[in-house]
Ligand binder design. Structure first.
Ligand code: XUL
Ligand code: CO
Length: 439
């Protein structure tokens, strides 16, 4: 039975359409920079927000009923209703992937053996739906932050028993990810951080996280997982100090512990905001280190200091993000809408409208990136800016063959060096506006 009877499959109707249930910019087969839009933008639905979150916040209970026809939440009947709703939802929007935590799929039982049995049961059902619809799994992960046992961390816990539970959840989540053919496996260290040094051995905790990740790689590869592992950096919330603060911190961790061959990064826009970075900064730092793997496509709020997980609406940010993605040659992962409707947007219609907004925003970002690349002025400016390094001496420096003695000699010959020309930020911003809004 359909869960969203009143909502039709969402067509592309173009920028002049006033039909709320139509894409204005996401035209999946349109060729952009030599590839279909849908190939540039492998969108994914997050199981937790879309099928789980009901609008509860710290001050109030659910505003939207996400039982999807099941009698009660927290039952296997509800878990199956979520599968039915999820696949119908993705099919109607033309979304090809989903992402999940283990406990998004089934209610956690009192005994892990029963939780794992439930995961086997639900993943059989999901496989069936995947075969019927062609929808695929982008990535899986284990929720090692909600249960009170993880209050002192998962990989960073002080308890061997809790560490074993983290290991067991990762093992099972990897089993399910492989069973569903997932392209990736994510570590977001929700409780991997600390509040105060007064009670924390930081080095011991980080070493132990790395040990657990090595075990995950060894096990994953042993059961045939060929995809990427990802770290998803976030600077704070829930912990005050999260160990995976930002892309640069996570890359340093991966290299220090020899995990960099198996891992890439899953960059979330809202987490970049919390770290005091722009989204495109995080994407660039990942990309230049060969570690841009996947994206959690949402939006933060510059005025709020917490993770709001809004659907992306900011076209400038999407444009700069897509420039990074295109320059990177795409993603090995995809664009997961780790986003939820606002608490007062409490209808099933709002769920669809939110995805239409997000998908159209990224489509606009891609179309704008194409225009900026084809215009060429930005690339030309940058080339010119660094052109002095194309001189004989410049080339010697770049090839690593120069030394301080000869460079000092050149400085002395010159006597003085002039300021190296304008950065022209205002001009370049005006160029972007002209490209975006000029006819
Ligand atoms: C939390 C967050 C997570 C990860 C997966 O801020 O982004 O949902 O994406 O655990
Ligand atoms: Co996320």
């Amino acid at each position: 039975m359909d869960k969203f009877n009143s909502i039709p499959a969402i067509p592309f109707e173009g920028p002049n359409s006033k039909n709320p249930f139509a894409f204005k910019f996401y035209d999946k087969d349109r060729i952009v920079l030599g590839k279909k839009m849908s190939e540039h933008l492998p969108f994914a639905m997050s199981w937790w927000h879309n099928l789980g979150a009901g609008g509860t916040d710290m001050f109030g209970r659910d505003t939207i009923d996400k039982r999807f026809g099941a009698k009660e939440k927290g039952t296997m009947e509800h878990a199956k209703a979520k599968v039915d709703a999820g696949f119908e939802f993705m099919k109607k929007l033309g979304i090809e992937y989903f992402c999940f935590h283990d406990v998004d799929l089934v209610p956690e039982a009192a005994d892990i053996k029963e939780t794992n049995r439930r995961l086997d049961e639900i993943s059989d059902y999901m496989l069936l739906k995947m075969k019927q619809t062609g929808i695929k799994c982008l990535w899986g992960t284990a929720n090692m932050f909600s249960n009170p046992r993880f209050m002192n961390g998962a990989g960073s816990t002080n308890s061997v028993d809790v560490y074993c539970f983290a290991a067991a959840q990762i093992k099972k989540a990897l089993d399910i990810t492989v069973k569903l053919g997932g392209r990736g496996y994510v570590f977001w260290g929700g409780r991997e951080g600390y509040e105060t040094l007064l009670n924390t051995d930081v080095k011991f905790e980080i070493d132990n996280i790395a040990r657990l990740m090595h075990m995950a790689v060894d096990y994953g590869r042993s059961i045939g997982f060929k995809g990427d592992f990802y770290i998803e950096p976030k600077p704070k919330e829930p912990s005050k100090h999260q160990y995976d603060f930002d892309a640069a911190t996570a890359i340093n961790f991966l290299r220090t512990y020899g995990l960099d061959k198996d891992f890439k990064l899953n960059i979330e826009a809202n987490h970049a905001t919390l770290a005091g970075h722009t989204f495109e900064h995080e994407l660039r730092i990942s990309a230049i280190n060969g570690m841009l793997g996947s994206i959690d496509a949402n939006e933060g709020d510059p005025q709020l200091g917490w993770d709001v997980d809004r659907f992306p609406a900011d076209v400038y940010t999407a444009t700069y993000a897509m420039l990074e993605v295109v320059e990177n040659g795409g993603l090995t992962g995809g664009f997961n809408f780790d986003a939820k409707t606002r608490r007062p947007s409490n209808t099933y219609e709002d769920m669809f409208l939110a995805f239409i907004l997000g998908m159209d925003t990224y489509a606009l970002g891609l179309l704008n990136a194409e225009k900026i690349i084809q215009d060429g002025r930005l690339a030309e400016f940058k080339k010119e800016k660094y052109s002095s390094f194309e001189s004989e001496l410049g080339k010697k420096i770049v090839s690593g063959k120069a030394n301080l003695v000869e460079l000092s000699k050149r400085a002395e010959e010159l006597g003085d060096a002039k300021a190296p020309g304008s950065g022209s930020q205002e001009y370049l911003e005006a160029v972007v506006n002209q490209i975006l809004f000029g006819k």
